[in-house]
Design a protein around this ligand. Structure first.
Ligand code: DC
Length: 235
């Protein structure tokens, strides 16, 4: 296979800094960044818009298999398209976040999205973040990272992030939502993905790390595993 670089899998719980870190690592290596969580969010948004009962597994699976989900890049930022519409911002609401963890618990939905994720990343030169990337999507990834942080730190980060988007929610409410989603995601991962992280994953506690420190740690691991900073751009 004509590999364009290594595969870097970054997993971790809600608001562990995965996306920001993964995006920056990809930028520094000239790799493609794929946000797998955005795909579950897009399915959730489609189900909400269609008024589908989220506990109806068959109906939600149909919503997933019929969804046209694509990534594109605009001004250097990853955009996600759902049935041709740019939903990059629309999938970031607390309502969609909550719905996405229900949708992600449905085996048929996972099957459909995992297949797509595998196709998108198998050529290499990719950083993909999510929950099961190192365990299920790319068990052979050259580098697997599991980012974690205390629930309090994650709640503070998510609260600040929502605020910059004009979404106001009291900090205790954000923390409650995070713990609730953690519990559901954990159940999904335990039942369907063989656990939180692969045996050969590098676990990084980011509670006291800056994004730059996280990025540098992962970059140096990536260089050790065969990535090249001057590698071909997948832009
Ligand atoms: O990382 P995120 O908050 O954008 O993910 C949204 C939801 O999708 C989250 O509740 C967990 C789920 N998810 C998953 O089950 N597997 C992935 N690879 C990525 C996300």
């Amino acid at each position: 296979m004509d590999r364009q670089g290594i595969i870097i899998a970054i997993d971790g719980p809600v608001a562990s800094g995965k996306s920001t870190t993964a995006r920056e690592v990809a930028r520094r290596l000239g790799y493609l960044y794929i946000d797998s969580g955005a795909m579950y969010r897009a399915v959730a948004l489609r189900a909400l818009r269609l008024g589908v009962d989220l506990t109806d597994e068959e109906a939600v699976s149909a919503v997933a298999s019929e969804a046209g989900i694509y990534f594109s890049e605009k001004e250097g930022r990853l955009r996600i398209l759902l049935d041709g519409e740019d939903v990059t911002e629309a999938i970031r609401t607390p309502e969609v976040a909550e719905a996405s963890s229900h949708v992600a618990a449905i085996p048929e939905v996972r099957e459909a999205l995992i297949l797509r994720q595998h196709e998108m990343g198998q050529a290499g030169g990719v950083v993909m973040d999510g929950r099961d990337i190192g365990t299920v999507v790319f068990p052979d990834a050259e580098l697997k990272v599991y980012l974690t942080a205390s629930p309090e730190a994650r709640a503070r980060r998510r609260h600040a992030e929502l605020r910059t988007k004009g979404i106001e929610s009291p900090l205790p409410e954000t923390e409650r939502q995070i713990r609730e989603r953690d519990a559901r995601d954990l159940q999904t991962q335990t039942l369907q993905s063989g656990g939180l992280y692969a045996k050969d994953a590098v676990v990084i506690d980011t509670t006291r790390l800056s994004i730059q420190e996280q990025v540098n740690t992962i970059l140096s691991l990536a260089l050790d595993r065969g990535a090249r900073t001057s590698g071909p751009s997948r832009g």
